[in-house]
Design a binder for this molecule. Structure first.
Ligand SMILES: CCCCCCCCCCCCCCCCC/C=C/C(=O)SCCNC(=O)CCNC(=O)[C@H](O)C(C)(C)COP(=O)(O)OP(=O)(O)OC[C@H]1O[C@@H](n2cnc3c(N)ncnc32)[C@H](O)[C@@H]1OP(=O)(O)O
Ligand code: FAD
Length: 613
């Protein structure tokens, strides 16, 4: 079955002034990674789609080779193709299913992909993700298992604990979740009420959710899927509260999957999106676990109940920081998918005339449609590239941390917190703009865009509510501003607070200089951070306490964190586009895209930029 390309789409593509393969290779990390990424889904569909002819498959494969943008769209049609041919009970779209049926269908697909990942020995996390994403396009019931559950074991467990537990997770002998949030507290971790009291006689912890508000509430996979949790609770030993620690807590019987004694678990009910994730609740009624079940990489409880504190009590937060990086990256790719669908649609949708009597035009010809979409294409590239830049910083800092050097932890926390907030808010706005750019058809679930929005917009809340994350980043930025005020040495990432000057050479009648763009964003960030610091100090001068003055300045502090992230993103985009070794035509285009992104940002935040001249 040959798949003919719509002539309007073909025409639009034929006008490209660059070779998409250059970009695709860059975005996916090189030709070999890209080949693997494309091979995996085609391999699976060939295996699954009993009646799909080899010709079809070659067409798919060729289709994947030509246009990355088309790849995503084609993926959706492959999935539909597979929908008819799926070998087992049939591969049905979950759009028309009840929540129960949708969960079961997603679970069926996820279990299939889990088995195949093991049989194919796919070690690389990205390859695993690509393989799964095709088959479980919405929320994957195993998402917590794949990421936070295993990351917590790897980052909080001792070597012995990793040796013991990680193989169980890797082979799905257990299915895990990360249970931290409670009904009464999600943001304020020091307010968590679940207790883990050490019984020195039996060398066990007694886990308890003493109040209704202490019930664990929200963790993914808790409703039905998970049989073990990495659970965060307040450690009490020798009568002393030793703060939040992590514990390996069996929840359900490994054979019968029934809740274990003292455990009450269930699903929290329908949500705005993320329908195929069974977010759940958990109550613990004096459940006992052995002392060895506390994750003791950084802090320990000795047999006699002595608490050995961590070198830094923030190390228990590392799994959240790690996952914020995943969210930062996924935000850009989610927007990339949405704007790919909307742009392809805009090439094939003909509606209205530009010239009366001239016939209906491709809606992509309207300037307003181009503005809606091209700014989002630019934003998707900016977020993907800034996420790579942030991850490079993270990797270098994390390798130092693993050797015990924690000096970069505050910078890392500030960067992940602010970028997670910035990227997810920008993604949410951008995906919604793409949906609306498709008119009525964008409102159809079949377009794929509504689910992208309803699933991923939750990232503005989970992993640290965005406002709270901005305020966390602002703590670091404000400290840096105070140090700058005293002429002290600053961390590399914030030295611009001392050096940024506004000496723009560009004039309005010439093409703007890219260095001027970076300077403008840097100066805007420095100015907003300085203003927030001044507001905080003004609050103190008015006699407010430190916390009251913080609250008094908090709106500006949030703006400071977002201005910092915007600068980091613009700088990463321009510097990576200039240094990526593209051929001239591709580099020219990408720098145009970078300018579009930066100048659109100046228009959207024109108050800031006009204020700083
Ligand atoms: C293409 C390939 C991709 C590969 C893989 C992709 C797969 C996955 C795809 C996507 C799948 C999607 C699945 C998503 C499922 C959803 C999962 C969601 C999980 C969760 O939501 S888990 C729960 C998250 N909860 C939170 O984040 C809670 C937020 N609250 C807090 O962190 C804290 O309460 C606080 C930070 C807000 C406040 O902390 P505290 O009370 O201690 O008070 P302070 O503000 O005074 O902070 C004290 C000092 O500690 C520092 N600090 C705080 N946090 C950290 C940290 N994380 N790291 C380092 N330092 C930290 C503060 O800065 C303070 O220090 P200071 O020096 O005094 O400033
Ligand atoms: C889809 C989804 C999946 C999730 N998965 C998990 C999971 O697997 N495991 C898990 O443990 N948790 C999970 N969560 C819970 C998530 O981590 C929390 O919802 C999140 O941390 C926010 O906490 P909260 O819900 O208590 O909101 P709140 O903190 O109550 O936020 C409500 C409002 O209060 C404001 N606010 C709160 N504190 C401050 C402050 N200090 N300063 C200014 N404003 C403030 C916020 O900005 C927000 O506007 C998930 C949530 C969702 C939506």
């Amino acid at each position: 079955m040959g798949k003919s390309v719509n002539p309007d789409l073909a025409k639009a593509r034929s006008q490209a002034t660059f070779d998409p393969a250059n970009l695709t290779n860059y975005l996916y990390g090189g030709p070999e990674k890209l080949r693997r990424k494309r091979y995996l889904p085609a391999f699976v569909f060939k295996e699954l789609c009993t009646e799909m002819s080899l010709t079809d498959l070659c067409l798919i494969f060729l289709g994947l080779l030509t246009h990355v943008s088309d790849y995503l769209g084609l993926t959706l049609s492959i999935e539909n193709m597979a929908a008819k041919e799926y070998k087992e009970e049939g591969f049905k779209s979950t759009d028309d299913m009840s929540r129960e049926e949708a969960y079961e269908e997603s679970m069926r697909r996820a279990v299939y992909t889990n088995k195949r990942v093991l049989q194919l020995n796919l070690q690389d996390q990205e390859e695993q993700y690509y393989f799964r994403e095709i088959f479980v396009p919405g929320a994957n019931p195993f998402a917590l298992h794949y990421v936070m559950f295993k990351d917590a074991i790897n980052t909080q467990g001792t070597e012995d604990q990793i040796q013991k537990w990680l193989p169980l997770a890797e082979t799905y002998a257990v299915t895990g979740t990360y249970a931290q949030t409670e009904l009464g507290h999600g943001t304020f971790l020091r307010g968590l009420e679940t207790t883990a009291e050490y019984d020195v006689q039996r060398e066990e912890f007694i886990l308890n959710t003493p109040t209704i508000t202490s019930s664990k509430f929200w963790p993914g996979a808790l409703g039905k899927t998970a049989n073990v949790a990495i659970l965060n609770a307040k450690l009490i030993t020798k009568g002393r509260n030793c703060g939040m620690q992590s514990f390996w807590v069996p929840l359900r019987h490994l054979e019968t999957h029934q809740p274990l004694p003292g455990i009450t678990v269930g699903d929290i009910g329908p949500k705005f999106g993320y329908h195929t994730s069974d977010n759940g609740f958990l109550q613990l009624n004096r459940v006992r676990i052995p002392r060895e079940n506390m994750l003791m990489r950084y802090s320990k409880v000795l047999q006699d109940g002595t608490f050995v504190p961590p070198e830094n009590d923030r190390l228990v937060y590392v799994p959240m920081t790690q996952f914020r990086f995943v969210v930062i990256g996924r935000s850009g790719w989610t927007l990339a998918k949405a704007v790919t669908v909307a742009t392809r649609y805009s090439a094939v949708r003909r509606q209205s005339e530009i010239t009366p009597g001239g016939g209906e035009v491709q809606i992509l010809d309207f300037q307003t449609q181009q503005h809606k979409l091209f700014t989002q294409i630019a934003s998707a590239y900016a977020m993907i590239i800034a996420a790579k830049a942030a991850k490079d910083l993270y990797d270098s800092a994390f390798s130092k941390m693993e050797k015990g050097n924690l000096e970069d932890l505050p910078m890392l926390h500030a960067l992940t917190s602010s970028m997670k907030a910035f990227n997810t808010w920008e993604m949410a706005t951008g995906v919604e703009q793409c949906r609306m750019a498709c008119g009525g058809h964008g409102y159809l679930l079949a377009s794929g865009i509504p689910q992208m929005y309803t699933d991923m917009v939750s990232a503005c809340t989970y992993e640290g509510e965005n406002t709270v994350m901005c305020l966390q980043a602002a703590r670091f930025l404000n400290k840096c501003q105070e140090a700058a005020n005293k002429g002290e040495r600053l961390p590399q990432l914030t030295r611009f607070l001392q050096t940024s000057r506004l000496n723009i050479s560009s004039s309005l009648d010439q093409d703007v200089d890219l260095n001027d763009i970076i300077a403008a964003y840097e100066f805007r960030a420095a100015t907003v951070i300085s203003e927030a610091n001044a507001r905080l100090n003004a609050g103190l001068a008015m006699g407010k306490s430190q916390s009251e003055a913080w609250n008094y300045a908090s709106q500006l502090l949030v703006k400071a964190a977002l201005a910092f992230s915007h600068w980091f993103t613009v700088r990463a985009l321009i510097e990576n586009m200039r240094g990526a070794g593209f051929d001239n035509s591709t580099e020219t285009l990408l720098l145009q895209l970078a300018k579009l992104y930066a100048l659109d940002g100046m228009l959207r935040y024109s108050g800031d930029f006009r204020k700083v001249g």
